[in-house]
Design a protein around this ligand. Structure first.
Ligand SMILES: [Zn+2]
Length: 309
C-alpha cells in the first residue's frame, strides 16, 4: 500500500544535520564567519521570503548581513550542512519592524509558513519546518520547567540549560496520529466544530503517554465517533511545524458503522464513497471539501483512491 517515496509536505529535508558539530563552538563560529554560509531570519515565527523573477523563495542571507543580530542575544540555531554549505536560522523577533528598518529592510517579507509552503520547493519548505519548530521552541522555553530560573541556549540550538539547577531541556516533538478508517469501499471523515460546512478530514489526535500509535488511532476514532477500528497500519509520517507535531498517518479497518459524534472535537462525521472523495480531491465536488496536498490527510485519501485501481 505504501508508495515508494514519502509524498508528504515538510518531509523532504535534504540537510545533513551534522549533530557532532553542535557541541563544537569553534566550528560553529568559523562557519558563521564563512561567507558561503546561509542564515534565514524568522520574525514572530515567520520566515523571510524573497521575490524572484520566477516565484518566491526562502530569504537565505549571508551571515555578514546580520552582524549585530548575530553578536547579540538573539536565538541562532544550526540547521545542517548541504554541499559543504552550513545553514542557520536566526530569530529576529526583538526587532520592531524588520521589513522596513535595520539590515533586513527591503529584502523581503515575513510570511506564514503554512501559506507560503505550497509555493516553495519541497526541500525548502522542509528546512523551514525544522527551523520554525526550533525557533518556536526556544521562544517558549526561556524558563526552567524544574525550578523556574532562566535557561540559556546550548548545543547550537538543540538544548537549553538551566542557569540555576543545570537541568537540560531538549526540543520536543509531539506525535499526532491521523487515521483514515475504511469499511466496504467507504471511508470515515469528520468535521471539526470550527471548520466550514462541507470540509472534512481524517480523524486525528495526540498520542498520549503510555500508548502505542495503533492504540491512539483506535482510541481517537472511538472517542470522536464511537466507531470501532482494527488492523491499524502506519502509512507515513510528516513533520507539521504548528508548532512541533509529527503527524503519523495510518489506515485502519472499521469494525462497526454507526456514528455518534462527541460534539466537542468533532461536530459531524460521515462515511464517504470513493467517487465522492475523488471528486473532492480534484476540486469538483459541490458538497465535500478535503485538505490540500500539503496535508497528510490529502495523501491518505489519494492512496486509498489509488488502491481501488
Ligand atoms: Zn532549573
Amino acid at each position: 500500500m505504501s508508495p515508494p517515496r514519502n509524498p508528504n509536505g515538510f518531509a523532504h529535508n535534504p540537510l545533513d544535520r551534522s549533530a557532532h558539530h553542535r557541541t563544537d563552538p569553534d566550528w560553529i563560529a568559523q562557519r558563521l564567519g564563512d561567507p558561503s554560509s546561509l542564515v534565514v531570519p524568522f520574525w514572530r515565527a515567520m520566515p523571510l521570503i524573497v521575490k524572484l523573477p520566477d516565484g518566491r523563495d526562502t530569504g537565505w542571507l549571508r551571515p555578514s548581513l546580520l552582524p549585530s543580530a548575530l553578536a547579540g542575544e538573539a536565538t541562532l540555531v544550526f540547521l545542517g550542512v548541504e554541499k559543504d554549505i552550513a545553514y542557520f536560522a536566526l530569530d529576529v523577533s526583538d526587532m520592531a519592524d524588520p521589513e522596513r528598518e535595520g539590515p533586513l529592510a527591503g529584502l523581503g517579507r515575513f510570511e506564514e509558513l503554512r501559506a507560503i509552503a505550497p509555493e516553495l520547493h519541497r526541500a525548502e519548505a522542509s528546512i523551514l519546518a525544522q527551523a520554525k519548530s526550533l525557533i518556536d521552541w526556544h521562544a517558549r522555553h526561556r524558563f526552567c520547567a524544574q525550578c523556574g530560573a532562566r535557561t540559556v541556549l546550548a548545543d547550537a540550538g538543540y538544548k537549553r540549560t538551566c542557569s540555576a539547577c543545570e537541568a537540560q531541556h531538549f526540543p520536543r516533538t509531539d506525535p499526532v496520529v491521523i487515521t483514515l478508517a475504511t469499511r466496504e469501499g467507504r471511508c470515515l471523515l469528520g468535521r471539526g466544530p470550527k471548520w466550514p460546512d462541507g470540509f472534512f478530514s481524517a480523524l486525528a489526535g495526540f498520542v498520549e503517554p503510555g500508548e502505542t500509535i495503533e492504540q491512539a488511532a483506535a482510541r481517537e476514532i472511538f472517542e470522536e465517533t464511537q466507531v470501532r477500528v482494527e488492523n491499524v497500519r502506519i502509512f507515513a509520517s510528516q513533520p507539521w511545524p504548528y508548532p512541533s507535531s509529527l503527524m503519523i498517518g495510518c489506515f485502519a479497518e472499521a469494525a462497526s458503522e454507526a456514528i455518534t459524534v462527541d460534539g466537542i472535537e468533532i461536530a459531524e462525521a460521515r462515511w464517504f464513497d470513493r467517487a465522492s472523495v475523488a471528486a473532492a480531491l480534484e476540486g469538483r465536488s459541490d458538497v465535500l471539501r478535503t485538505p490540500p496536498p500539503l496535508a497528510i490527510a490529502h495523501q491518505l485519501l489519494r492512496v486509498w483512491i489509488a488502491e481501488a485501481g
